[in-house]
Design a protein around this ligand. Structure first.
Ligand code: 13P
Length: 249
């Protein structure tokens, strides 16, 4: 039985003062026993997470990582630096990074590799655009995104990643994939991993992201291949985020 995992992706939101209220609210209200939860925050606030969340049931992580270990890469953050601040998770290849920072499937794969090398759990994000879905290319697109990662990882490493399916057309739009539609893509992704390693596929947590909210979380999380959520907007309010965590529980 795979544990459920709910991760809040704060994107570029927050301040020291607001984060403090939000983090304390999440810690105080998290009563989940069978589900794990984490927040992925803007990197300047990782030290704050370490101070506020250490010893709690809430893990934390970053939203991006460099593919390189160290050196002349202005503005980048090495996986070892994230590790220094106690991160457990790092998002790799979120669609906003793919779109606005031109991250290719290959670069996302290198970042995933770098995260694993430093002992972090990469949360590899895949998802199709509306045009791709309407053209019937959803599985082709997400499977190519996943394949680039499979190509650079050996089997033991493959067992340590988390996958997130986030249809781009559902992010921040209020349009959620129906549970059946999300399940279909999750099952296709798991099958693709199973072709390489049935053991890794059986363990793999595949999160759904895209307008997941307290009102729709339960139905999505009831699907056999949906192992949790990657939450944007609803992760910025402790009550909403906790309602999703408890639905997963
Ligand atoms: P929303 O929940 O705001 O749609 O964002 C989803 C997302 O992109 C999480 O990474």
């Amino acid at each position: 039985m795979r544990r459920k995992l709910v991760i809040g992706n704060w994107k570029m939101n927050g301040s020291l003062a607001a984060n403090s209220v939000l983090l304390r609210g999440i810690v105080a209200g998290n009563a989940a026993r069978n589900a794990d939860c984490a927040v992925c925050v803007p990197s300047p606030y990782l030290a704050q997470c370490q101070a506020e969340l250490a010893g709690s049931t809430v893990a934390w992580g970053a939203q991006d990582v460099s593919a390189y270990a160290a050196g002349a890469y202005t503005g980048e953050m090495a996986a070892s630096m994230l590790q220094d601040f106690g991160c457990r998770y790092v998002l790799c290849g979120h669609s906003e990074r793919r779109a606005y920072h031109h991250e290719s499937n290959e670069l996302v794969a290198q970042k995933t590799h770098a995260a694993l090398d430093a002992g972090l759990t990469p949360v590899v994000c895949v998802g199709e655009s509306l045009a791709e879905r309407e053209a019937g290319r959803t599985n082709v697109v997400v499977c190519a995104q996943l394949q680039a990662v499979l190509d650079v990882l050996e089997n033991p490493a493959l067992e340590k990643i988390v996958l997130a399916y986030e249809p781009v057309w559902a992010i921040g739009t209020g349009k959620t994939a129906t549970p059946a539609l999300a399940q279909e893509v999750h099952a296709a992704l798991r099958k693709q991993v199973a072709e390489r390693s049935p053991a890794a596929a059986a363990k793999l947590q595949i999160l759904y992201g895209g307008s997941m909210k307290p009102e729709n979380a339960r139905d999505l999380l009831a699907q056999p291949d949906i192992d949790g959520g990657l939450i944007g907007g609803a992760a910025l309010k402790a009550a909403d985020f906790l309602a999703i965590v408890h639905a997963a529980d």
